[in-house]
Design a protein around this ligand. Structure first.
Ligand code: SF4
Length: 181
């Protein structure tokens, strides 16, 4: 029987949430028995080759490419999960939301203490994804079925949720996996 498929992606994130997926250690062997990975940095498959049961999204939307990838995940995944604080509420990249975009560019390319830019040019090539006016959490862009907070969520939390979804059981996390103090 064909195994269910999982896809993962990193939008405006740091890959820490993907590291947490890999932190399930030897349970990764069990996971590979249960599922096939489709589009994901884990197997380096760049495009969807089939519909997936679960999509795990790390990071929010900071540019137009992030929006395109997220919409593509919504289209191809039955269950879409925001993984980590960046995906669920913007996280660290959303710190720029309180600063006008023009000032962000000037700090990054002109005035920052480590910037060397004698030409004084701010990159604007058409190949570079257009930056959005602010960073958006994933649920502000598409419908999200589950939100997993944490920076990053623990490997045990991710494991419990995946196993519950794959075995079609309710997600019932023990208290120690959902407390963050
Ligand atoms: S939630 Fe934390 S670990 Fe995950 S992508 Fe954002 S900064 Fe990285």
């Amino acid at each position: 029987m064909a195994k269910p498929k999982i896809a993962t992606t990193s939008l405006a994130g740091c890959f820490g949430c993907h590291m947490s997926i890999l932190d399930i250690d030897d349970r990764i062997l069990k996971l590979i028995e249960l599922v096939d990975f489709n589009k994901s940095p884990i197997d380096d498959i760049k495009e969807f080759t089939s519909r997936c049961l679960v999509g795990l999204v790390e990071g929010g939307c900071a540019n137009e490419e992030n929006v395109h990838v997220l919409q593509d995940f919504r289209k191809h995944c039955d269950v879409l999960i925001s993984v980590g604080d960046c995906a669920t509420m913007g996280g660290l990249p959303a710190m720029r939301n309180m600063i006008p975009l023009k000032e962000c560019f000037e700090e990054a390319y002109l005035n920052g203490p480590t910037v060397y830019n004698p030409g004084g040019k701010i990159p604007g090539d058409k190949e570079i994804p257009l930056l959005l006016d602010r960073v958006y959490a994933c649920h502000e862009v598409v419908k999200i079925d589950y939100h997993i907070p944490g920076c990053p969520p623990s490997a045990d939390t991710l494991w419990e949720i995946l196993v519950a979804l794959l075995s079609e059981k309710p997600i019932d996390l023990p208290y120690e996996l959902i407390k963050y103090d």
